[in-house]
Design a binder for this molecule. Structure first.
Ligand SMILES: NC(=O)c1ccc[n+]([C@@H]2O[C@H](COP(=O)([O-])OP(=O)(O)OC[C@H]3O[C@@H](n4cnc5c(N)ncnc54)[C@H](O)[C@@H]3O)[C@@H](O)[C@H]2O)c1
Length: 261
């Protein structure tokens, strides 16, 4: 597929851009003309044309300062910041250690404040945009995911606060809430075919998203097509949060009828 150059001449930073959703965002931005910095603790397996790697730990203020300085030095501008780096943690309250709780918040939540604050002067100069990657787990709760749920709920509401702080500076801020996306983070949960069926059964669209499907939403929010959007929380979840969780009554009726007939 060929794309038009929506981001021609623009410079973008994607945290956690080495894998999964971040890597798909990097590829999409670059394919539409942007210069892109992959800011990640891990080096990507391969690099698309137009992208550069800057080893960055988003929990480190010094690392973030170096990331911003490198982008400004290389391109003289920053137009787009995608705060995507994130980690999951499966532990209920009895098993949750304070250190793990702090780590989840440091990467998923605090880093968004640090990266946005550091990028703001450059974004203000370019009338740029911030897109935060939250989760539907920031809108509702999951079993044994308290730290993740709380960290992503904070991202959702911080997106609104940040949008208000930035509006007079001409910088738009929005968030996307993905449902299940087939990346390393999710692969562990759905590797086993039985687990996979169990997960997919709860998704009205009956499948996980591919990272590229989230990249489409994130780059839309980063583009001029979303010029009147700020403080918006955009859900892309195959219908999970549209559903009360009650059973599919017509399917159950058909099953009962087929058993009786
Ligand atoms: N996969 C899903 O089902 C799903 C669902 C909802 C939300 N999300 C969110 O989407 C975002 C991306 O997740 P993904 O599924 O692509 O995960 P992933 O594990 O495939 O990629 C995450 C990337 O973040 C990087 N990273 C981790 N800690 C970092 C740090 N301290 N500094 C810099 N980079 C760091 C990793 O090296 C990795 O490249 C996360 O914020 C995640 O919470 C994912």
């Amino acid at each position: 597929m060929t794309f038009t150059g929506r981001f021609a001449g623009k410079a973008a930073i994607v945290t956690g851009g080495a894998n999964g959703i971040g890597a798909a965002v990097v590829a999409r931005l670059a394919s539409e003309g942007a210069h892109v910095m992959v800011a990640d603790v891990n080096e990507p397996a391969s690099m698309v044309e137009g992208a550069v790697f800057q080893r960055t730990d988003v929990t480190s203020s010094d690392g973030i300062a170096a990331m911003i300085a490198a982008a400004r030095e290389r391109w003289g501008r920053i137009d787009i910041l995608v705060n995507n780096a994130g980690v999951g943690a499966l532990a209920d309250i009895a098993d949750m250690e304070a250190d793990l709780w702090d780590k989840v918040f440091a990467i998923n939540t605090r880093a968004i404040f640090l990266c946005s604050k550091a990028a703001l002067p450059a974004l203000e100069e370019s009338s740029g945009v911030i897109v935060n990657v939250a989760s539907i787990s920031g809108l509702f709760a999951d079993f044994a995911m308290g730290a993740y749920n709380a960290s992503k709920a904070a991202v959702v509401n911080y997106t609104r606060s940040l949008a208000l702080d930035c509006v007079s500076r001409g910088v738009r801020v929005n968030a996307v809430c993905p449902g299940l996306v087939e990346t390393e983070m999710a692969k562990r949960a759905i590797a086993d075919p039985i687990d996979r069926e169990f997960w997919f059964d709860r998704i009205p669209m009956g499948r996980a998203a591919q990272p590229e499907e989230l990249a489409g939403v994130i780059t839309f929010l980063a583009s001029e097509d979303a010029s009147y959007m700020t403080g918006s929380i955009v859900v892309a979840d195959g219908g999970i949060t549209a559903h009360t969780g009650q059973p599919n009554a017509p399917i159950r009726q058909k099953l009962r009828a087929s058993r009786q007939g």
